[in-house]
Design a protein around this ligand. Structure first.
Ligand code: AVJ
Length: 324
């Protein structure tokens, strides 16, 4: 065996990380508004990315293991969708744990993990490249909610999108459709997207998944304040807030907040952000979709549903969509 040839995959890091100034402006706008909010992408500093990985292993957080079970059970069918000579582009790749089985089975030419968490991305992409030396790995640091360019080495290849974990649930449905349109434009007409989506179910199961007894989700939510402090050079104090998550049945999403326990102000540059006691800072929506609802969003996002798999308990679904 020619081990050199087997180990010839390239590794190159591409930086489209949003400017700190843009983040600052976006955050200040969201914090000045009523009600206050922070986009969910700001959870994922280094510590936040680590805490999210702990969440994925919690007994109450059925999402990750159920989705992994589906990827395992349908590995061959999914690999056929991916095919050999393509670039697999993962949106919000995090630890790149879910893609490994897919890479083994499908053996694409290139893998492009795209994530906003720079250090975490570089580190996990390097580890992955050690385990898949034949694969071209092009980690790309970018905000997936904005337009960004794919790395030059994959531009001529057929693309397949991978967006697992129900991260699409972070967007309101209209924004999800706009996001999908953007993905379709980037990956090209006729390209496939493999999409993992959490399903609607009993509110008690949903609420338990976002209020785990070990308190990891609370720590993840509260850690956002540390990232805010660092990005805004301010002192948001975690001890002044409580974690709060509930299922909003009307909207069909888990809504997550940081609730101020005392009235206080946080100095940011030359302004003061005032919090009343009991005031809630909105930090995340996590929409849940029945398959027909997701198909509607997909069509609005210029994707045609091709395939769908779900588990026996109908907790989670994996879709294959084709860009129109
Ligand atoms: C990564 C957005 C899919 O909504 O379930 C987990 C993030 N937030 N626990 C989700 C999250 C709180 C997660 N997503």
């Amino acid at each position: 065996m020619n081990t050199n040839a087997a180990a010839s995959g390239e590794f190159e890091y591409f930086d489209c990380q949003p400017a700190r100034e843009d983040a600052r402006a976006e955050l200040l706008r969201a914090l000045r508004a009523t009600p206050k909010s922070v986009p969910a992408k700001y959870f994922y500093d280094q510590r936040g990315s680590e805490l999210f990985e702990v969440i994925t292993r919690l007994p109450e957080y059925y999402l990750t293991r159920t989705e992994m079970g589906l990827f395992e059970r349908h590995a061959t069918e999914i690999a056929e969708v991916v095919g050999r000579d393509c670039a697999l582009v993962e949106y919000g790749s995090g630890s790149s744990a879910k893609v490994r089985r897919l890479l083994e089975t499908a053996r694409p030419t290139a893998y492009v993990p795209v994530d906003i968490s720079r250090e975490h991305l570089e580190q996990t992409a390097r580890e992955l490249h050690l385990d898949f030396p034949w694969l071209n790995v092009y980690p790309t640091c970018a905000d997936i909610t904005t337009e960004f360019e794919l790395p030059a080495p994959v531009q001529e290849l057929d693309k397949v999108g991978f967006f697992p974990g129900s991260s699409i649930g972070n967007f309101d449905p209209e924004i999800a459709a706009a996001f999908l349109k953007n993905v379709a434009a980037t990956l090209g007409r006729g390209s496939h997207l493999i999409l993992g989506v959490d399903r609607k179910k009993d509110a008690s199961i949903l609420e338990a998944a976002y209020n785990d007894t070990a308190g990891v989700t609370a720590a993840f939510n509260l850690n956002l304040l540390n990232n805010l402090s660092s990005l805004l050079q301010a002192e948001f104090a975690p001890e002044n807030f409580d974690h709060y998550a509930h299922y909003d049945a009307a909207k069909g999403c888990i809504a997550m907040f940081l609730e101020a326990t005392v009235e206080h102000e946080v100095v940011v540059g030359d302004e003061r952000i005032h919090f009343d006691a009991g005031e809630r800072l909105h930090t995340e929506n996590s929409y849940k979709y029945d398959p027909d609802e997701l198909e509607e969003v997909a069509r609005a996002g210029s994707y045609e549903p091709v395939d769908m798999w779900t588990d026996a308990q109908q907790l989670f679904s994996v879709f294959v969509l084709r860009a129109q």
